[in-house]
Design a protein around this ligand. Sequence first.
Ligand SMILES: [Zn+2]
Length: 295
Amino acid sequence: MSLALRLKTAKQKGEMLLVEEGLVSLPIDPFEIAERRDIVVQAKPNVASGVSGMLLRHGNTFGILYASDIPSDGFQRFSVAHELGHYFLDGHIDHVLPNDGFHQSHAGFSSQDPYEREADSFAVGLLMPSKLFRRLIGRHPLGLVDIEAAAETCKTSLTATAIRYVELTSDAIAIIVSTGLTIDYCIMSEAMKSFRNLTWFKRGALVPLNTETARFNADPSRGLRGERSSIKIDILDWLGGTNSSILTEEVIGLGNYGKTLTILSSSKIGQEIYSGDEDDDEEKLIESWTPRFRR
Ligand SMILES: [Zn+2]
């Protein structure tokens, strides 16, 4: 099975668990799901850097510890959901924790290990199930406000929510996470991709000069303070391509990590062209992913 298919299946497993558990409204509480299975969940400060949580095993009794140093409710819930992924996904226990002891996790798309990525995908499906998520979005103007509202409802981090949003929306939107001068990753919705010949930013590519993101990142204190900014910009100046069109560029500092989230959106682009073979699209999107979100 290809990795893309494994990740997609893991995401669906997360969604299916909700159906089995009769959980039909947001937010989904991973702590409650653990409790139903008699899995004890506890906060653990001072874990090694990059470790999001742990799954513990003693015989057939399981426990979860989640890193509580990062004071983000969204990240902590995601970490617990990731450990649940190891517990519920086929073959995971045998692989990551075959005997008594513990498994250390790197949740939040910070790992290339396929088991870690599957557990992340499970967490995405569990906390932001597609049906409920689709119903949620589009109630506010396209862009940051709508993503923030979804994050609030799902109790998920802004970045994780933005990635899920791009995956499930029929609107034209792109998100870029950057650090200073360089781009960490950029993902685009299908409708945005209907604009031809756009730049395909690789990790480490430079933030284009005449953008609000470049100006914003030039002063690192703005990101640390969680400031935000918004302008109108031509798609040619950000994403390239061959046709001029005006987008909204919204920029928000992600705080401590020195990272910036940029959202480019247009309610005009792609609406007529978009026709979704959703499943196929999702696989392509997953394949294009190397996102890392910790907040
Ligand atoms: Zn893990």
